[in-house]
Design a protein around this ligand. Structure first.
Ligand SMILES: Nc1ncnc2c1ncn2[C@@H]1O[C@H](COP(=O)(O)OP(=O)(O)OP(=O)(O)O)[C@@H](O)[C@H]1O
Ligand SMILES: [Mg+2]
Length: 262
């Protein structure tokens, strides 16, 4: 079942993230060249592309973890290169991140993992932090007793949920998710999709989601951006993707794997 979608014709003022002419490379190898991308407020943007095309590199570049050779990225209307340290910190407080690898600190319990960004950014009493951590744990559908467990004591699906709870620690406006459903069975993945959709609806989140999961793209994403040839090749709705004749898009959305899904 597909969820209702956000309007496609949003006003320009609703752009929450704008990337222009982004170039990123390692040594002489360019991974991204002249990449442009807009993310609109309140949407779930699904970001797809072949393995190794640079989806994680782009996310890390937006987050300031990988340097750009050229280009400009603005988030919440603020150019990230021109931001002062205080402005940068304020922006970081407004986004949450779930990385593709190393989702949680293995030496910390779930509660301590969730409180980690709170300690960095907020001055709250331990009691309030404990209450907030429990709230996030419930929000992502984990049992309360997961709070005192270490990541090694959790299933893969629970780890994803706990990592999501940590990414929600600071009540972000914008959530970055890199392959959140990879490694989950189809039912677990569908439940996770429903959770993302519910969070978007109830918290008004904007979600930037790198994914290979065709079900997620069909059910939870309002818009899809396709990375290829070192840039964003096409953007549009799932219907646009299904009608697209670009060879990679066609084989991805209408190829053998897509047909098995139907
Ligand atoms: N720190 C780095 N140093 C050198 N090369 C890197 C670095 N990080 C990424 N790369 C290279 O950049 C390219 C894009 O990698 P990236 O991890 O972004 O791919 P991806 O699209 O996320 O793939 P996947 O779908 O498999 O996660 C790859 O060729 C990768 O080897
Ligand atoms: Mg990746």
């Amino acid at each position: 079942m597909a969820f209702p979608r956000a309007p496609q014709n949003v006003a320009a003022g609703d752009v929450i993230l704008e990337a222009r002419g982004v170039c990123v490379g390692f040594g002489t190898k360019m991974v991204l060249e002249n990449l442009d991308l807009d993310v609109y407020r309140g949407e779930v943007l699904g970001f797809v592309g072949g393995s190794g095309t640079g989806k994680s590199v782009l996310m890390r570049t937006i987050l300031g973890l990988t340097p750009m050779k050229a280009g400009r990225i603005s988030v919440f209307g603020q150019d990230l290169k021109e931001a002062t340290i205080a402005e940068r910190t304020a922006i970081e407080r407004r986004w949450g991140v779930l990385f593709q690898q190393g989702a949680l600190f293995s030496s910390l319990t779930v509660r301590q993992n969730i409180q980690f960004p709170m300690r960095e950014h907020l001055k709250l009493s331990q009691r309030l932090q404990d209450e907030l951590a429990l709230l996030k744990i419930e929000m992502v559908g984990l049992p309360r007793d997961a709070a005192d467990k270490f990541p090694s004591e959790l299933s893969g699906g629970m780890i994803k949920r706990a990592a999501l709870a940590r990414s929600l620690a600071l009540d972000p406006d914008l959530l970055f998710l890199d392959e959140p459903t990879s490694g989950l069975d189809p039912i677990g993945a569908a439940e996770f999709d429903q959770l993302i959709y519910k969070l978007k609806e109830t918290l008004g989140l904007t979600v930037y989601m790198v994914t290979h999961d065709l079900d997620s793209l069909h059910t939870v994403c309002d818009r899809i951006a396709v990375l290829g040839e070192r840039r964003v090749l096409v953007t549009g709705s799932i219907d646009d993707m299904m009608a697209c004749e670009q060879p990679w898009v066609k084989s991805y959305f209408r190829g053998a794997r897509a047909l098995r899904r139907a």
